[in-house]
Design a protein around this ligand. Sequence first.
Ligand code: 5AD
Ligand code: SF4
Length: 442
Amino acid sequence: MEQGKYYIFTYGCQMNVHESEKLAGILEDRGYTKAGTPEEADVLVYNTCCIREGAEQRAMGNIGNAKPLKKNKPNLIVAVCGCMPQQKNVEATLKQKFPFINIFGANNVEFFGEYLDVFLKQRKYQNKILQDQDYQSNDKKIKIVRDNPYCAYVNITYGCNNFCTYCIVPYVRGRERSRPASDIFNEVKQLVEVGHYKIITLLGQNVNSYGNDLTEDKTTFPQLLEKLSKIEGDFQLRFMSSHPKDFSDELIEVIANNPKVCKAVHLPVQSGSNHVLKLMNRNYTREKYLDIIKKLKAKVKDLSISTDIIVGFVGETEEDFEDTVKLLQEVQFSNAYIFIYSKRKGTVAEKMEGHLPLEIKRNRIHKLLEIQKKYTNNHFLSLVGSTQHFVLVEEERPMHYIGKTQCGKVVKIKKNKTLCLGNFANIKITDYSGGNLYGEVE
Ligand code: 5AD
Ligand code: SF4
């Protein structure tokens, strides 16, 4: 029975993008259908992120926009889920600012359906901030309404045990839990059997520590990749995110030698300074990081490496910053996501001495972005003349096809009868100009 329409706002990482696919499943199971705009919706869901202040502010701004909608449609249900509600003392602030919120918390998503059902019966505010024990059974059968017909996300771990001192994630997502390898295998197999899912992205806060908490059927991350790659079919395995402290030689071998494993690695370094890495509690040194990169580059043909960097962390000196600049110059990442350090309540870094003024942070990020721009550009240029394997053909336009390389770069592909939407192709890159890569079937 048609209940009405839903609209989901998603903020933050791939993990949240995937959780929104589960929220959509929960809503569709209850008879709701997807709305084209927030104005059409009978249920508005804000799947929030709190990794940096900016992410929170974006969500807050949009939640504020629900006020006039609710005025026009008093029965509109407003739910605020995801990471933001999990922080200490946020509920009072949000409820005061936005008294029209009906469902609050419900992170993990499986609780969302329960709260919605109770709210529909009782029309009473539902809230649940999860405690450690609530984080147990995260992978009950939930219908997933996948957004992309070719790329599917699959959770392999939930939560994080690393407690990097800047990071709020371990506080809002609970301790690390690995899904049993057999559950992951079955999910991936089913996806591959559907036929159109060509890229399976395995998700976890730190995929490399997959399996550490498993007591039965112990499986490491490289072993999991090997197992999944035995599934018959035309697909590629990707994964994110990796942590350098757990990035093993065994994993490097699997990336190098297993044709089903994508040759693009996202390996967040965060800082190039040992002093800062220590303050961040990252548990590796600059030398260890560079050693992994060296091995990867030596063993994996046509590899592209991307990273995350935080500038202006507490106590970061000019020298520390220069170490990060040097690391960027040494590795020459194909892409780097660079962030200004954002103070998060309840983290260890919040209470550290030596927070830097915004101006210094801004200067440093500008400098780093400028340097990285050159390497990103060089990376594009270096692709010209190469053949890119496993380019996914995603869209047909009047003049060309749009494809994506393994490392996610968009290519405009010359039309050719052999190209087929939703399939992989080997594409020779013929040009890079005006910010676009051009190619043709090899
Ligand atoms: N401030 C800035 N960036 C952060 N990240 C995580 N926490 C913070 C913070 N407090 C960045 C890290 C991480 C990415 C997902 O977000 O670089 O890898
Ligand atoms: Fe945060 Fe570090 Fe865990 Fe990543 S590994 S989610 S940065 S605590």
